[in-house]
Design a protein around this ligand. Structure first.
Ligand code: AGP
Length: 367
């Protein structure tokens, strides 16, 4: 077992560090520079079929569901098709309406999550078309789907998923390209996304190099009993995933909120004892995000911002983790990486069992 760890103290640490290579693997051979598109033969869908879908519905559980939310936003932005993600664990129980012109995507690292497998079964029983975004080759979900895109993240051992989630988000970017380029996404815009995907392994490496600084913030945050993670639109699933990771391994109450919703209730909780991790990308919502940070600070709350170089915090005295800028549609992928490290180092400073957190299994195969 120690050999597999390759000198790392935990599988989670190893899997976080492996991301530059695992991202290389999912994009390898799939980026077509000539036509600014992704080549995804495994989807088993012709351009005409891809063009025929008028809606996308993504199903997954836990962090895979949050990756699905990232993916839905990418698909809406790049392909301009209505898309949303839903917890697969709820789907089957609400007698879902399955439509012939909806592309269903089941997303799962293990390919064995029973709730996601049942959702696939429900879709198929009602005649829907479902493809998989799955890591484990030949797994139950991969086999049940009509086609799919393998994540090629490599084996993931730690219960807290990291590299598989990053590849899920990249997999959605590839699917968004495929759906977009049979619609109104231009060759140039397709190429813009392709170039950004190619730069990503190097950018991830530069975030990982910030590990020691992130560890310092983590130690501080680990002492709080409760935290908020906030973000909006593209940043909201990032916040959800950040809170999830923190909860799973540091056993601290971490709650994700849309930054815009704070003033509708939870702002009442803010005080010196409840810190907030705020996702503040350089995008069309920067000013609104900064205004929310200001409101939190004014109520005595500590804020750690996960942000970009260009964001001007002005007078606001806020510690920052700065991530490299990519194309706006892909920002969530890079904004999530420091949150993995934040959770990891918080759990480490608290002395918990990082790879096998209490009460959790790597893959949930019973209902
Ligand atoms: C992630 O850190 C969690 N352990 C968990 O939410 C996980 O993502 C979920 O159970 C889905 O697993 P899957 O991707 O194997 O289907």
């Amino acid at each position: 077992e120690d050999l597999d760890l390759g000198g790392y103290p935990h599988y989670m640490a190893k899997e976080i560090q492996e991301q530059p290579e695992s991202v290389e693997r999912i994009i390898r051979g799939r980026l077509d520079d000539r036509f600014g598109v992704a080549r995804l033969d495994g989807l088993n869908l012709t351009p005409r079929e891809l063009r025929g879908f008028s809606r996308v519905k993504i199903l997954g559980c836990g962090s895979a569901y949050y990756a699905g939310q990232v993916g839905a936003t990418m698909i809406e932005e790049l392909a301009r098709i209505p898309a949303d993600a839903e917890a697969a664990s709820e789907f089957r129980y609400r007698n879902p309406i399955i439509e012939a012109d909806t592309l269903y995507i089941a997303v799962s690292q293990s390919g064995e999550t029973i709730d996601t497998a049942f959702a696939v079964e429900e879709i198929k029983r009602k005649g829907g078309r479902v493809v998989g975004l799955v890591n484990v080759v030949g797994s139950t979900i991969a086999r049940a789907c009509d086609g799919g895109v393998y994540l090629h993240a490599g084996p993931e051992i730690a219960v807290a998923s990291t590299k598989a989630l990053t590849n899920m988000a990249i997999g959605f970017a590839l699917i968004a390209l495929a759906l977009g380029r049979v619609r109104d996404l231009s060759n140039a815009d397709g190429q813009r996304i392709i170039d950004a995907l190619r730069a990503m392994p190097g950018q991830i490496k530069s975030i990982l190099d910030e590990g020691p600084r992130i560890a310092e913030h983590a130690k501080e945050f680990a002492t709080a009993n409760s935290l908020f993670f906030v973000g909006r639109v593209r940043g909201y699933p990032v916040a959800r995933e950040g809170a999830q990771k923190f909860k799973e391994i540091s056993y601290r109450h971490a709650e994700a909120y849309q930054t815009s919703e704070l003033k509708h209730g939870p702002l009442a909780l803010i005080d010196a004892a409840l810190p907030t991790v705020a996702i503040v990308p350089a995008d069309e919502l920067t000013d609104r995000n900064l205004a929310a940070v200001q409101q939190i600070k004014a109520r005595g709350g500590a804020v750690l911002a996960v942000t970009h170089e260009d964001v001007d915090f002005g007078e606001l005295d806020v510690p920052r983790i700065v991530v490299p800028k990519t194309e706006p549609e892909l920002d969530p992928i890079l904004l999530t990486i420091p949150l993995q490290l934040l959770a990891y180092h918080a759990a480490l400073s608290l002395g918990y069992d990082i790879d096998k957190p209490r009460n959790l299994a790597k893959s949930v195969t019973v209902e």
